[in-house]
Design a protein around this ligand. Sequence first.
Ligand SMILES: O=C[C@H](O)COP(=O)(O)O
Length: 318
Amino acid sequence: MFERNSGIPIDLGWVSRSCVNEQAVKGRIQDLLSSRFVHPDHQIDWLARSIQCIDLTTLAGDDCPSNVERLCSKAASPLSDNVIGSLGINHGLLTTGAVCVYPARVANACQGLKRIGTNIPVASVATGFPTGQTSLKIRIEEIKFAVKDGAKEIDIVINRELALGQKWGELYNELVEMRKACGESHMKSILAVGELCNLTNVYRASLVAMMAGSDFIKTSTGKETVNATLPIGLVMCRAIRAYNRKTGFKVGFKPAGGIRTSKDVIQWMTLMKEELGDEYLTPELFRIGASALLNDIERNIASHITGDYFLAEEMPMA
Ligand SMILES: O=C[C@H](O)COP(=O)(O)O
């Protein structure tokens, strides 16, 4: 275990001095993709490990108790019994990192997980997700509502207007208020990187979110035009590393939005391993926000085990 990030007073000098060389970021990602491979013999282990880091998500307008219950069952038993048996893992030991739902569905998720008898945490998006376009008062109330209903993790969205206007002090103050409203529940700050215009803003927003006490920084809501990309992920990982060196606090990273395939997951895990080290490849410090990824992982693990090719529709719905 490690100490939770309590945040630090805002350091505006550090924020405004920080600039990102976009060409160097692209070069580093190209180098990573061309020089680091996971040996096929180890891919099953990596994929099984990735499942523990998934925030299994449903964020649809037609979410209702029954589909949230199904999501909870899938989170508690992400792989079929025969696949689990072949991996030599005891049933019930492999679960996703969390279940992620809208605030109105937190109570359903908590009940569903309790019925199954698992302590998988419920995460909830809040603060006017995905845009945050409402008053601070209402955004704070929404956090409190989700916490009261049992959410142990709150995925808040940052105010993009403040970030784009370089109003870092104001953004920090909003985030500090949100962190207070989260209480013991962990705050995962969504930067909505696709709307931040450039990588320097991504780096600066990452620093401000961590200074305000975020437990995780997260790329995207999944609703922006550009969501999680590896260059953006690299910039956020570097900010996490710099913050850790300066303060000693470890802040987690959550790429989210458009992550659909086993190949994507292995690339994200490679980035984490190379940039932050193995200790960050745990559910405490790494999550993948995804609504449509588990099916592909299960299909790949089943294919590795049996040597047969499976169609997506042959797998139970993820
Ligand atoms: O926070 C999680 C994202 O909404 C998931 O995005 P996705 O639906 O593209 O997987």
